[in-house]
Design a protein around this ligand. Sequence first.
Ligand SMILES: NC(=O)CC[C@H](N)C(=O)O
Length: 258
Amino acid sequence: MATPRVIVLRAPGTNCDEETAEAWSRAGARPETWHVGRLLEEPHALDLFQILTIPGGFSYGDDLGAGRILATHLARGLGDALRRFHDRGGLILGICNGFQVLVRCGLLPGGEAPCPATLAHNESGRFEARWITLLPRPGLSPFVSFTEPLDLPVAHGEGRFLLADPAVMGKLDDAGRIVLKYADARREPTQDYPANPNGSPFAAAGVCDETGRIFGLMPHPERFVSPLHHPRWTRLGDALGPEGHGLKIFRGAVAALS
Ligand SMILES: NC(=O)CC[C@H](N)C(=O)O
């Protein structure tokens, strides 16, 4: 198949769009960055793309809650276009603020009987900005097709993934939809701070819908696409491999569409 085309959607306050577009380019896709206002004017333009990404940042200043206003734009102005995009096999990735948007517009966790969800304030009560370790659960989502743990940075104030019905969290986990989990030094999933930076139950760091094609995560894969981005690159050297860990997520999506 031809090189997948990616639309990177930005809004006032988005601050990770350039890094996200660069990550898609490195993974072999063809990204274009669009302001949400432009897409609201021509929703059919989504038909030109195979992947939609909502990058991280502070869209609309996190007013009314992180991601809330951009989520309202998507739900009200682009709901049908997004459904069509997903139904025809399009992939949707939300990173950090983008994950918050996908949750707040109802695309995640999604499904036949969607359970309302939110990304609540971190249990620490603080913005958490540092590196953490993640365990993947490959199988369902094309974005997570690797088996090795990842090191990635987090930078968020509202990252605690909660469902209105906590019992559904176990069902999501059983269905393999908590595809990335915060891990401790023994590489076991953990709810303990600081390895789990926000207190998410089931150590949830990244979640997908029932098709695997909508995926949101709090850590920032676009901030680790070169080994030089790792804070310990001078010590770890070749052990880091030729590419940053975050690139695996972008490469998985490109491979699924190629
Ligand atoms: N890096 C980000 O995307 C931050 C997300 C959001 N502004 C928060 O603090 O929770």
